[in-house]
Design a protein around this ligand. Structure first.
Ligand code: CU
Length: 471
């Protein structure tokens, strides 16, 4: 072999070795086949699924390669596309094939409970018409990013309640509640709420005295905890809770008679009960009297509650529940409808000055007595502690015990922003405030006006009034 041949041989060998090396390197890096969509699972605290969005084509087989890079087991499920729960152990991967048969955007969720922030472990599968599908990803890297992508919005709209029943016969009423654990923002940080139907308070239930109620409670498959319901409108063991301890993925049903008219609290009664309640598991059930309630123009639904959080957020930025503060009755936040000052600004209900209003107001507690007051108004009627037979007239402030409720009826003379508070007013600084807005003109002339000082009667000089002044 001459020098030139040796150089050619060496170059060929280098090329061959290089090519083999590159191929080995490629296969080591690219564990998923090129036509597979690669999804990485991390703890929700570390960013959850990556990417958050995948794109597939309607009617064409899609291949997913799902790798779990977390230290705990995660699941993958897209129920609307018929993909059931697939478990992936730490460090392992799985592949799955499916053919999407409907267009749209579908939620993919972790289907194995993984942490308190498991509800944030979500992503989206976009099914596009043929020709439009392309690879794409919006990456998340922090829990706060995930919260922005998948906000839970637990605040109950105070106008979200069923209208008066207006019937004069007893019926069998079917009610379905879902226990749902979610994560929402609390003063800018992710916080775990436990809810009935995803909102705080839970749905406003409305039945008639003498009705038979068939109530089903379902607990989501990806819940961490058992949940239940105790209705203060029910007489019998645990107000129903004895028959309604529901494990994740299960449903249970009770039938009860609505024997007593009134406005009643319901709440989760699974141990530790106050822990479940303070996370948001409370609501109201109205048992209308047989003759119904007098007609009003508008009805609103509010509930006071307390939130107890550890002072410092976790390393991953989560605000965690503080059991110790709850035992000390040292709430960080006192809230109306789930969050500090939630029903203010654009969420405030608007009505016409002069309209007759009825407020159903409950107190989920778990500890504080509410001194319920509307700044700038006087209640025409209050039904203390929800007792319909015994209204009080012309009330300024009414007490609502923890686990109790009241009905307050009034009309406003003047257009104004009326401020609902717990008149233990330091709680205003902890979030116990809501605003309802009366617009329009005063219906019967002004009951309040500012008067220019020039029109005020002249006051005697200060020295003349210093001796007592009652002449
Ligand atoms: Cu519960």
């Amino acid at each position: 072999m001459n020098t030139r041949d040796f150089i050619v041989f060496s170059l060929s060998l280098a090329l061959l070795v290089g090519t083999i090396g590159a191929m080995l390197g490629y296969s080591a890096l690219q564990k998923a086949r090129p036509d597979q969509i690669r999804i990485v699972m991390r703890s929700p605290e570390r960013g959850g699924f990556d990417p958050l969005d995948i794109y597939v084509t309607l009617g064409e087989p899609a291949k997913l390669y799902v790798k779990n890079e977390a230290l705990e087991t995660h699941g993958f499920a897209v129920p609307e596309l018929g993909i059931g729960s697939i478990e992936v152990k730490p460090g392992r991967h799985t592949t799955l094939e499916f053919t999407p048969e409907k267009e749209g955007t579908f939620a993919a969720r972790c289907s194995v409970y993984c942490s308190d922030f498991h509800p944030l472990m979500q992503m989206r599968v976009h099914v596009l018409p043929p020709g439009e599908a392309s690879a794409g990803a919006a990456r998340a890297s922090t829990a706060t990013d995930l919260l922005r992508e998948f906000p839970a919005d637990i605040v109950r709209d105070p106008e979200d309640l069923p209208p008066p029943l207006r019937r004069n016969t007893s019926e069998v009423v079917e009610v379905h509640l879902d226990a749902v654990e979610v994560v929402d923002e609390l003063s800018g940080e992710p916080y775990a709420y436990w809810t009935f139907n995803g909102k705080v308070p839970g749905p406003f239930l409305r039945v008639r005295e003498g009705d038979t109620v068939e109530l089903t409670l379902s607990n989501g498959i990806s819940s961490k905890y058992d949940h239940s319901i105790d209705l203060h409108a029910v007489t019998g063991q645990g107000g129903g809770a004895a028959f309604m301890q529901v494990a994740p993925g299960e449903s249970k049903k009770i039938r009860f008679n609505a024997t007593n008219a009134g406005i009643f609290v319901y709440h989760c009664a699974t141990s530790d009960i106050p822990t479940h309640m303070t996370h948001g598991m409370y609501g109201l059930i109205l048992v209308e009297p047989k003759e119904g309630l007098p007609e009003v123009d508008r009805e609103y639904y509010f509930m006071q509650g307390e939130l107890y959080a550890k002072d410092a957020p976790s390393a991953a930025g989560f605000r965690e529940f503080s059991f110790e503060k709850m035992l000390d009755e040292d709430a960080d936040y006192v809230v109306w409808n789930g969050k500090p000052a939630a029903i203010t600004g654009t969420r405030s209900p608007v009505f016409r000055a002069g309209e007759a209003l009825r407020l159903f107001v409950g107190n989920g507690g778990v500890s504080y007595l509410s001194s319920f007051h509307v700044i700038g108004e006087i209640f025409d009627h209050v039904f203390p502690e929800g007792a319909l037979g015994h209204p009080h007239g012309d009330v300024q402030t009414t007490t609502i015990p923890a686990g109790g409720a009241t009905i307050a009826e009034f009309h406003t003379e003047m257009p104004a922003k009326y401020i609902l508070v717990d008149h233990a007013l330091s709680r205003l600084n902890r979030g116990a405030v809501a605003v309802i807005v009366a617009e329009g003109e005063p219906p019967n002339g002004s009951t309040l006006e500012a008067v220019p000082l020039a029109e005020a009667p002249e006051r005697p000089p200060a020295s003349a009034s210093s001796g007592g002044g009652l002449h």
